[in-house]
Design a protein around this ligand. Sequence first.
Ligand code: SAH
Length: 465
Amino acid sequence: MAALTSSPIAVMVLSQASVPIAREIVNAFPNATLYGLEHRTHGVDRAFTQFGETVRELFSQGTAIVGICAAGILIRTIAPLLNNKWQEPPVLAIAEDGSAVVPLLGGLQGVNDLARQIAAIFEVAPAITTSGDIRFRTALLSPPREYRLLNPDDAKTFLADLLAGATVKIEGDAPWLVESQLPIAPDARLTIKITEQSMTGRSDCLVYQRTPIKRLAIIGTGPGSAEWMSPQVNEVLRSATDWIGYQTYLNLVEPLRTTQRLHVFDNREELERAALALDLAAEGRSVVMVSSGDPGIYAMAAAVFEVLERDNKPEWNAIDLQVCPGISAMQAAAAQVGAPLGHDFCAISLSDILKPWETIADRISAAAQADFAIAFYNPVSKMRTWQLEKAKALLLNARSPDTPIVLARNLGRPGQQIQVKALGDLAIDDADMRTVILIGSSKTRIIDRADGGVWVYTPRRYDAQ
Ligand code: SAH
């Protein structure tokens, strides 16, 4: 029997009774090794003492795992490592007598094919559970709008071959197919080709032409959790080829990543990175610039336009530039406590890296006098610790110490904390660089909540009490 792939396969046994079955599998695949539990098995290729550790280590290295054991043991062992199905190697559980062959993981690395080949040795049917028909049909016949299937007439035969068990290889980047669980194998007979030219397809080769739309999308993920991210942002992230942003922001969307290349920002390199994003898009990549919250609020969208205007490179003209909004920290914070921004409000960043402190101080005083509710972004950082105290003093010139304020930290992320207190009690330790602060206007009110907490709201009618 021919080997499925050239990547290594570990056949794992826990007792001597499983060794004959395991040996039959190992003999069928030149790249397979028989691993047996020490003192319980003999005549194996390698002995191990810790089943869990050994399996996890092999799995992390991308080794296919064939366990002659209960499916549950393998599932529990590997579960903590599961995070990117595009990279997970095949994992199969085989009954001790060869009567059941169950592919568990690695659908995108050919696990079903491996299952079919092993099942053939024991003359049983593999327990394939992926519903290929529906998935494959949508994936193949409805590519995203920037891809066009050039030979739709061949799709029917192609699909039938796939469903009959044929494998497929992909030539080029097809980000939308990574969700499809196609039986991908490097030596497959069927081919999916993604090109930028026009080409003739065949019944064993589907050709998708990619119109090189040069796209740069500047997106906001919302404050953190997935349910606060817009469906548009989700879609744009999935269909892109490149993601660019700070590590923390890229971490927020990592669960959505499949084949996208990452370009990680270092601190304070914003204009350089904006130029890089534009250059990548001009080369025909589909680039997403990732910001947290809203991309247009103290974030990267303005940096991109700044560079666009300053450098004005002709090759950037063809880029389809798109800004996709997100929920900003002040909105998420307000929603947690009620409606503190229910009437006129403004936002002020306390960071004096890009603007002088005098300007910030003038704005705080003016906003306080004009009786705006205020959202303070960037209240403190490791380097900037005195601004918040000054801001408080400026506010107190025009606003009562009883004014309700909201301190919201790590919104939508682990460690979320919301605190409501009076302006007079604001202390510097209440805030860090992951905190947004809302300051009420003279009309902002606190009311009791049934659960013992409070609501904060600013009435819309100016004469309301
Ligand atoms: N574009 C972002 C703001 C970036 S400026 C937005 O629209 O939300 C960075 C500041 O935003 C932080 O210092 C903090 O004041 C606020 N911030 C961003 N994310 C936050 C979160 N998850 N929880 C609380 N504050 C947050």
